[in-house]
Write a protein that binds this ligand. Structure first.
Ligand code: GTP
Ligand code: MG
Length: 136
């Protein structure tokens, strides 16, 4: 089975959507939350996490937003969980996300899109090391 790193971003925490989003993940048969922590992400952590986006025009506002309040970081394990959580989340831009997806139901603007989920096995292992080094 696989594992993936999920972040419920500061907008999800501020808007009281943590329970709603976690419930969608929890009720998928066979998936397990194996680590979870509420934490305000600092710049060095975000720089590592978003290394692929350093220098892009949206990078600074993204880091600003992602450090603006607590996030919930979690590791989810299960069958095809990487693809599965991204399907629950929907596309990056909430306007393009279908109703029924997390971003489609609750998203506002592209930067404040509620949730991050690793996009491949390689990213998942890299990101789990950043947020939960003890699990690596
Ligand atoms: P994550 O799961 O958060 O990594 O989202 P993603 O994989 O769907 O998107 P990506 O990794 O390409 O971008 C990371 C985050 O940067 C997105 O979730 C958005 O919050 C933000 N972002 C990405 N592209 C844009 C953009 O064109 N404009 C703005 N303002 N933000 C963007
Ligand atoms: Mg991404």
């Amino acid at each position: 089975s696989q594992r993936t790193l999920v972040l419920l971003k500061p907008d999800a925490v501020r808007r009281g959507l943590v329970g709603e989003v976690l419930a969608r993940i929890e009720r998928k048969a066979g998936w397990t939350i194996s680590a979870m922590e509420l934490r305000t992400l600092d710049r060095p952590t975000l720089e590592q996490h978003y290394a692929e986006h350093v220098g892009r025009p949206f990078y600074e506002p993204l880091v600003e937003f992602m450090s603006s309040g607590p996030s919930v970081a979690l590791v989810v394990e299960g069958e095809r969980v990487i693809e599965g959580v991204r399907a629950l989340a929907g596309p990056t831009d909430p306007i393009a996300a279908a109703p029924g997806s997390i971003r489609g139901d609750f998203g506002t603007i592209v930067r404040e899109n509620l949730i991050h989920a690793s996009d491949s096995e390689g990213s998942a292992e890299r990101e789990i090391k950043i947020f939960f080094p003890a699990l690596a």
